[in-house]
Design a protein around this ligand. Sequence first.
Ligand SMILES: Cc1cc2nc3c(=O)[nH]c(=O)nc-3n(C[C@H](O)[C@H](O)[C@H](O)COP(=O)(O)OP(=O)(O)OC[C@H]3O[C@@H](n4cnc5c(N)ncnc54)[C@H](O)[C@@H]3O)c2cc1C
Length: 304
Amino acid sequence: MADHQLYKKLIKIVSEKNVMVNKPLKSYTYTRLGGQADFFVTPETYLHVQEIVKLANEEEVPFTLLGNGSNLIIKDGGIRGIVMNLGKLAEINITGTTLVVQSGAKIIDASREALAHKLTGLEFACGIPGSVGGALFMNAGAYGGEVKDVLESTVVVDRHGELHTLAASQLDLEYRTSNILENAYIVLEATFVLKEGDPEDIKATMDDLTFKRESKQPLEYPSCGSVFKRPPGYFAGKLIQDSGLQGKQIGGAQVSLKHAGFIVNRHECSAHEYIELIQFVQQVVKEKYDVVLEREVKIIGEDE
Ligand SMILES: Cc1cc2nc3c(=O)[nH]c(=O)nc-3n(C[C@H](O)[C@H](O)[C@H](O)COP(=O)(O)OP(=O)(O)OC[C@H]3O[C@@H](n4cnc5c(N)ncnc54)[C@H](O)[C@@H]3O)c2cc1C
């Protein structure tokens, strides 16, 4: 389908202000890497999302969902077709101990709202820079808590553009994974059930976790957070450190000197360099310790 025809169909669904052509994506990712999206679309309603999915299907246009960009690397050649971002669907509503959050909201904001309403259970998420949708996708977690512990249900759109309400148990949430990818679900909404708590205790826990994060993680540089999942029986950062890789640099990408599990964009790094360094680390750790480091971060898009 010619680009201008696709553009016309997209603006008919979401209006001109919500469709950008050849949109640079760097500023939408925490690594500050990657090329452009052919069409960058920001729906404002659930119906918009459904109609865009249906359009992409009908026209056989590639479709990519971008959350808060904190767990993915976009390649230098960018992304063909439609890139959808749900940042305009970000409402948070609280009734009693139940938080209903639209998926474009940041999970950090959900955790702050919980504190403001004296609710405990989302403290673990106070420093995770993802959207609520991305947090469900990954079953994000930290410091002993994870999405699975507090999620009750979710509203998703399936690959045909149909809406479903699913119980949390239907998402197969496990360590940094779910079945959202294999089912091509788009998460629109999450319902978290929390408990009443003492706001001073909740705040103290959040402050403590923030301190731990800020003192251990290289937050002063762009990065995708922990690059690798925790291999059974090991810690990825320790293996990388013991392999003598801390400080290893390829172009502008560097294995962080502060936390070896992070790769930082030190200076004018390309996605190509960043990915090459990831692969180099995997190769060295495999050779030295016979451990396969599985990537936590997703790599999407095309080479330049
Ligand atoms: C400094 C730093 C610290 C981090 N610390 C932690 C941590 O402590 N714990 C942790 O678990 N993670 C951590 N992360 C990783 C990341 O924040 C989480 O994995 C987060 O859940 C990703 O959400 P996102 O919205 O940024 O997703 P994105 O990176 O935008 O996307 C990741 C995947 O989720 C999919 N996705 C996004 N939104 C939706 C949706 N609405 N429906 C369906 N699929 C969707 C995307 O298509 C993509 O495949 C950290 C990252 C950084 C940069």
